[in-house]
Design a protein around this ligand. Structure first.
Ligand code: ASP
Length: 337
C-alpha cells in the first residue's frame, strides 16, 4: 500500500491487517517504554488546513511512538495566509523530503491530488466531506474489541450524513466488515440515492431500538452554506440520541467533537454505553498501524529484539518493535528518566 486515501480503495483483508496491527501496538502502549524504533529516521509531516483536536494529536503521538521525526504544519500562521496555493505549499514542504504527509483539507479529493505531486506516502486525515479513512479504521478497531466481530451487527448512523466524511468512510468500512448499516436523519441531511452504497435509509428514529450500535454525527455547520434544518431545537427534538431513545444494551459512538444538547444529550454522552473515549484512545494505535503499514520496510509482529545502535535504521523486521527507549532512541517519550 503506497497511500491511504480512502476506505473505498481498501478491501476487507487490508482493513483487517491494519486493525490487527493496531491490536499488536496496543500491547506496546501498555508497556512502560511506549516507543519502538520502527520508523527511526523517517519523517512524518502533518499538514492541516482545518481544525483538529483528536486527529492531529494522535497522528503526532503515533509517529513519535514509532520514533519518526514529526513536523507539524498548520495553514494558519503560515504562508497560506499570504496566498500560497496547496500545490506550492506541498512542493515547498517536500524539499524537506518527508516520508509521509498526513493531510487534512476542506477540499474533497485533495489527498488524491497531492499524492500525484510528491514522492511521500499520503495519508488522508479528512478531505472535505469526502472521506476520513483513519476515523473509520479506528471505529472498526473499537467496535471489534467491543463486539468481537462486526459481521451481522446492525449499525445506525444518525445525523448530518450529507456533510460528513466520517459517515461515508464508516458506511464503507462497516459494510466491508459485514455489518448492516442504516442511515437516519432529516431528509435534507441524507444525500439522495445514498442507498446505492448498500445501506438503508430512515427519516425517523422509530426503529432505532433494533440497532446494536448507534453512531451519532455532529451537524457540520462549517460545510453548510444555507440552513438545512428549521432550528437546532427542532433537530434535537426529532433526532437527538438521549436516554429515552437509547436502549441500555446499545453501544453509543461519536467521532467527536460532541455538541452536547444537540446530537447527544449530556446524559448519554457520559453513560457507560458511550465508547467515545475508547474511540479517541484507539486513534493512536490505529494511526501507528497506518504509518507502519505505509513506511516500515519489514513489517513483523511484536517480538522484542535487539535495539539498533544510534543512527542506524533497523535492518531486520524483528528489530522494529523492540523498545526504543532502552538506549539511544532519540525520542524523548518513554525514555527512562
Ligand atoms: N472530527 C470529525 C471530522 O473531522 C467529525 C466532526 O468534525 O464532526 O470529520
Amino acid at each position: 500500500m503506497k497511500h491511504l486515501l480512502s476506505i473505498e480503495e481498501l478491501d476487507r483483508a487490508a482493513i483487517e491487517r491494519i486493525v490487527s496491527q493496531a491490536e499488536r501496538f496496543s500491547e506496546v502502549s501498555d508497556r512502560e517504554i511506549k516507543t519502538v524504533p520502527a520508523l527511526r529516521n523517517r519523517m512524518v509531516l502533518n499538514l492541516f488546513y482545518e481544525a483538529s483536536t483528536r486527529t492531529r494529536g494522535s497522528f503526532e503521538l503515533a509517529a513519535k511512538r514509532l520514533s519518526a521525526d514529526v513536523v507539524n504544519f498548520t495553514a494558519s500562521g503560515s504562508s497560506v495566509e499570504k496566498g500560497e496555493s496547496l500545490k506550492d505549499t506541498v512542493l515547498t514542504l517536500s524539499a524537506h523530503k518527508p516520508d509521509a504527509i498526513v493531510l487534512r483539507t476542506p477540499w474533497a479529493g485533495a489527498a488524491a491530488l497531492v499524492s500525484q505531486w510528491c514522492a511521500a506516502a499520503i495519508v488522508n486525515a479528512g478531505d472535505g466531506k469526502h472521506e476520513h479513512p483513519t476515523q473509520a479504521l479506528l471505529d472498526v478497531y473499537t467496535l471489534r474489541r467491543r463486539l468481537g466481530a462486526i459481521d451481522g451487527a446492525s449499525i445506525w448512523i444518525v445525523g448530518d450524513v450529507a456533510h460528513s466524511r466520517v459517515a461515508r468512510s464508516d458506511v464503507l468500512a462497516f459494510q466491508k466488515m459485514g455489518a448492516r448499516v442504516t442511515l437516519a436523519g432529516p431528509p435534507t441531511l441524507i444525500p439522495r440515492e445514498i442507498e446505492a452504497l448498500g445501506c438503508e435509509v430512515r427519516y425517523t428514529l422509530d426503529e432505532l431500538p433494533s440497532a446494536d450500535v448507534v453512531y451519532a454525527l455532529r451537524m457540520q455547520n462549517e460545510r453548510m452554506e444555507e440552513t438545512w434544518v428549521p432550528s437546532v431545537r427542532e433537530y434535537a427534538a426529532w433526532y437527538q440520541i438521549n436516554a429515552q431513545r437509547l436502549r441500555p444494551e446499545q453501544i453509543l459512538m461519536h467521532p467527536g467533537p460532541v455538541n452536547r444538547g444537540v446530537e447527544l444529550s449530556g446524559e448519554v454522552a457520559d453513560s457507560p454505553q458511550a465508547i467515545i473515549t475508547a474511540q479517541v484512545e484507539a486513534g493512536v494505535v490505529v494511526r501507528m498501524a497506518v504509518l507502519y503499514e505505509l513506511l516500515a520496510p519489514n513489517r513483523t509482529g511484536l517480538e522484542p529484539g535487539p535495539v539498533p545502535a544510534e543512527g542506524r535504521t533497523p535492518e531486520s523486521g524483528t528489530d522494529d518493535l523492540a523498545p526504543a527507549g532502552a538506549r539511544g532512541a532519540g525520542v524523548g517519550e518513554g525514555q527512562p528518566a
